[in-house]
Design a binder for this molecule. Structure first.
Ligand SMILES: *Cc1c(COP(=O)(O)O)cnc(C)c1O
Length: 391
């Protein structure tokens, strides 16, 4: 047996392993487990998108290697979408690059910019890939705590000057997973100012910009003056169009950064299946797009309201999230995140995610994913109500 590389050995312990084992055990016992753990949409990709794939899959022209830099048609569709949705003007050839899902690009941006010993600024709690990509590239994460008293926005003034000077990349993610927080434009302006001052690249993960409620419209980082000089935005069709399994995302923004990531990728992958890129064009440009998204938002809003109303009745101090498909809530006093999640699963068969799985500052919270329908969500809440209250 060959010893795995140090970077593999350094991977943090998989925090959900214990929960996964428990879920398996419950399922074997015949328990009707309700899974509110993983952020993977339960609804199908809309048929207008699937139909396009039905056509593209029959075209032998699509079976060969795609161009490294991505299909012009897809990049133009992304640029049009950014113009319509965000009023942002992008040059398809230099400011847009398709990705094999945004996770891929988020992991590889560190390989493109980070040398051993370099520092990245990483939100905690956060999507694990920011820190793992940094680790794999040999860099170090400086954790920016997301605290409730700061509306789950990193406190830029709390970052020590010498760290800020050293830092290469700053990851942020709004609407946020796992907290459901949103970033007002004034905050993003401060981030852009910070990046200019310290010469670092902002990497904004915008996977949830279309999942917002009651008319709230999350902004793109690129709407901020000067952002395109110091920032890139990762985006994805995964959550917007129920396409997590298709693996299609993209990065937009600072052309100098997009070019470097593209150069890295050319050497390790050969792009996205052309049929998937054409299907992505359909997702982004079909006249049914906005109606589909509006329906999706309404569906998640109803589920969110079931969760928030019920938790409030149980005594939880909670504001409904304005965006994302997560509800982030404190565990009752006296529990760690892991203990609470384990008890919930034991006594109700409901699976939620412990906040500590997203970093040390997630301790004391748990996350509910709004990925079951309203009747099932009500069932989950009824079960919880019978055994647990807040405090
Ligand atoms: C789901 C998610 C993504 C999307 O990942 P893909 O690789 O595009 O499927 C990116 N960032 C966050 C925070 C997410 O939750």
């Amino acid at each position: 047996m060959v010893k795995p590389a140090e970077r593999i050995q350094k991977l943090p312990r998989y925090l959900f392993a214990e929960i996964d084992k428990k879920i398996q055990q419950k399922l074997q016992e015949g328990v009707d487990v309700i899974k509110l753990g993983i952020g993977d949409p339960d609804m199908p990709t809309p048929s207008y998108i699937i139909e396009r794939m039905g056509e593209e899959i029959k075209n032998p022209g699509n079976f060969r290697y795609p161009p490294d830099e991505g299909l012009d048609e897809f990049k133009e569709a992304v640029a049009n979408y950014y113009r319509e949705r965000h009023g942002v003007s992008l040059a398809p050839s230099s400011d847009v690059l398709p990705l094999l899902g945004s996770k891929e690009g988020i992991a590889h941006i560190s390989f493109s910019f980070v040398d051993p010993g370099d520092v990245n600024l990483v939100p905690d709690p956060g999507y694990p890939v920011y820190g793992i990509g940094t680790l794999f590239a040999g860099g170090e994460s400086y954790k920016m705590p997301l605290k409730e008293e700061n509306n789950f926005l990193p406190d830029l003034d709390a970052i020590p000057e010498e760290i800020a000077q050293k830092a290469k990349l700053m990851f942020i993610n709004y609407p946020n997973n796992p907290t459901g927080a949103v970033a007002p434009p004034e905050y993003l302006e401060k981030v852009v100012h910070f990046a200019r001052k310290h010469e670092l690249l902002i990497c904004h993960d915008a996977a949830y910009t279309e999942l917002a409620y009651e008319g709230y419209r999350p902004v793109s980082l690129l709407e901020i003056d000067g952002a395109k000089e110091v920032g890139i935005e990762f985006n994805s069709l995964s959550k917007t169009f129920n396409m997590t399994g298709w693996r299609i995302g993209y990065v937009v923004g600072a052309p100098w950064a997009v070019e470097v990531l593209g150069r890295f990728k050319t050497n390790i992958d050969s792009g996205l299946f052309k049929a998937i890129q054409y299907t992505g064009v359909e997702a982004l440009t079909n006249p049914q797009r906005d109606r589909f998204i509006a329906g999706l938002q309404e569906t998640y809003r109803q589920r969110r309201d079931v969760v928030v109303e019920n938790l409030r009745e149980m005594g939880w101090p909670l504001e409904p999230p304005r965006a994302s498909f997560y509800v982030w809530a404190p565990v009752p006093p006296g529990y760690t995140s892991q203990e609470f999640v384990a008890r919930l699963l034991d006594e109700t068969g409901v699976v939620v995610t412990p906040g500590s799985g997203f970093g040390q500052y997630g301790e004391g919270y748990f996350r509910i994913a709004l990925t079951v329908d309203v009747p099932r969500m009500k069932e989950a809440m009824e079960r919880i109500k019978k055994v647990i209250s807040f405090g």
